[in-house]
Design a protein around this ligand. Structure first.
Ligand code: NAD
Length: 501
């Protein structure tokens, strides 16, 4: 059934007004005899699904982290014991269909609750993970057959996973993580970013309802209603959690790594772009504009700074302006810096930091704030700076793209490595010279390296390959999928039995 825009508005307002979905109503209803109600996509938090609901339905949402862990732990035992691979695929298909039917609600809810990014791009991000997160097809069994017998190596579940998610892609990460993790046979407990707890609660409940409708166990994905650093600690210390997956900034990844558990860490990036004199400059400008303005540059893999060879710089800036970018003059650059950065005393001396008020905000609103009128539709600000400018070195997560002129490729690579800070996250280059492309790719050592396209192509957005919202650079799993969330198990049959050669 199609969802009308009035329905979207009504549901978003209802959920955000109540901050958390109406679980009390659900729980009251669930104490009564189970009833069959008609489930409409989009009504996920206000009406039970069309199956008889369980007596203690919470659809994955719990008051305490301990309860969230216990419920998901029990769910995983049932899932591992009673469900087959084909069941996993059926549940995932139902999650995809339900999430797709809810995509405008999710995008609107995320935009309104977090107050960052662009609604239309959030729809694209949701569709990307819904359609391009792979399922069980990744799980390929390996077989070794030889004179001494037959050995199979299979991808087994970790069991219960604890996942920390960011505010920049809150529900997108949940959908992506759930598909990959349950494809691997796991259950997951989320500790979401507190600034996105209502949309994440909606998403977790929507997913659990979809799973139940498809005949799956309750509470395969759970979350605590009021996430905090304290609840992260509980998650890290609980013995039932066999794997921690952290998507967000480096302090969080480092905190998880101190837990003593197996960790998949997806941390910060500050992706540099190099444009050399052989590049198709018009295409470079189109693609850089697309990537750097998408969702107001909230993505960890978005282009954050450009190093261009001097002879190509004027052409690149001209083409970026043609795409719709606004070139700041020196006076405007100073004003934007004062607006979106703070200059604070730290133990290491005075440092620039991002002013959180402006993270993920529209470029047009930044211009308005410094007195440039009539540019509200503008999606990207560009400025010419030196390689050590704060806009180059700080991961801003804003649509402000600094451009640094370089004398030659060696200089561009040197500056790009400094700006990337060894995060090994993402980098890109526009060039027709294979040697140049190879030199930068080798030097920068990033998890994603994109040639002649927006870095979004590296997660399957107009690029080949599957998608993820958890790009695990620090711990090396890369573009995560179901295999990342499994452990290898080997079974050996000696004496040649079952072999046919
Ligand atoms: P954040 O680090 O502030 O928060 C992420 C999550 O970690 C939240 O749930 C938060 O509550 C928790 N958290 C924060 N500090 C913590 C600590 N010290 N101990 C334990 N938990 C902690 O990040 P954010 O603002 O939500 O997201 C933006 C950051 O995440 C950027 O740096 C971006 O590059 C990065 N990111 C990386 C990826 C990736 O795949 N590599 C994807 C998205 C975002």
């Amino acid at each position: 059934m199609d969802i009308q825009s009035t329905d979207v508005e009504r549901i978003v307002q209802q959920v955000l007004k109540n901050i958390l979905p109406d679980t009390e109503k659900m729980q009251k209803e669930s104490k009564e005899e189970p009833v069959v109600k008609t489930y409409r996509p989009g009504e996920a938090v206000i009406a039970p699904p069309s199956l008889p609901v369980s007596k203690k339905a919470s659809y994955g949402l719990f008051d305490s982290m301990e309860e969230a862990i216990e419920a998901a732990f029990e769910a995983q035992k049932v899932y591992a014991g009673q469900f087959q691979l084909k069941d996993r695929e059926r549940l995932i298909q139902k999650i995809r269909e339900t999430a797709k039917a809810n995509v405008t609600i999710l995008a609107k809810m995320v935009r309104e609750e977090t107050n960052i990014g662009r609604y239309e791009d959030k729809i694209q991000k949701h569709l990307l993970v819904i359609e391009k997160t792979p399922g069980i097809e990744c799980l390929k069994t390996e077989a070794l057959s030889g004179d001494d017998g037959l050995t199979v190596i299979e991808h087994a579940p970790f069991g219960l996973i604890g996942a920390i998610t960011p505010v920049t892609n809150p529900t997108e990460t949940i959908i992506n993580n759930v598909i990959s993790m349950i494809a691997g046979g796991n259950a997951v407990v989320f500790n979401v970013h507190p600034s996105a707890k209502a949309c994440c609660a909606y998403c977790v409940q929507m997913i659990n309802k979809a799973i139940e409708e498809a005949g799956g166990p309750s509470n395969l994905a759970t979350m605590v209603k009021e996430p905090s650093l304290e609840t992260v600690k509980v998650l890290c210390e609980n013995d039932k959690i066999k794997l921690l997956v952290g998507t967000g900034g480096m302090p969080m990844v480092r905190a998880l790594l101190r837990s003593g558990k197996k960790v998949i860490g997806a941390g910060a990036g500050n992706p540099p772009v190099i444009v050399d004199e052989t590049a198709d400059i018009k295409r470079a400008a189109q693609q850089i504009f697309l990537g750097a303005s998408f969702d107001n540059n909230l993505l960890c893999l978005a282009e954050k700074e450009v190093f261009v060879i001097e002879s190509a710089a004027t052409d690149l800036i001209y083409n970026l302006i043609n795409e719709g970018a606004y070139l700041l003059n020196n006076e405007q650059l100073d004003k934007i810096m004062n607006l979106v950065l703070t200059y604070e005393e730290t133990p290491k001396g005075k440092e620039y930091h991002v002013n959180k008020k402006w993270v993920g905000q529209d470029a047009g609103r930044m211009l308005e704030a410094i007195g440039v009128a009539g540019k509200l539709e503008c999606k990207l600000l560009i400025c010419e700076v030196t390689h050590n400018h704060p806009f180059v070195l700080i991961e801003q997560l804003m649509p402000v793209l600094p451009i640094v002129k370089c004398r030659h490729l060696d200089e561009a690579i040197e500056y790009a490595l400094i700006a990337e800070h060894g995060n090994r996250h993402t980098a890109s280059m526009f060039s027709r010279n294979i040697d140049h492309l190879t030199r930068f790719a080798r030097a920068v050592e990033t998890t994603i390296f994109v040639k002649n396209a927006a870095t979004l192509a590296g997660v399957g957005f107009e690029g080949e390959g599957h998608s993820t919202m958890t790009i695990a650079g620090p711990t090396g799993e890369g573009i995560t999928n179901a295999v990342s969330f499994t452990r290898q198990r080997r079974c050996t049959l000696a004496d040649g039995g079952f072999r046919i050669i």
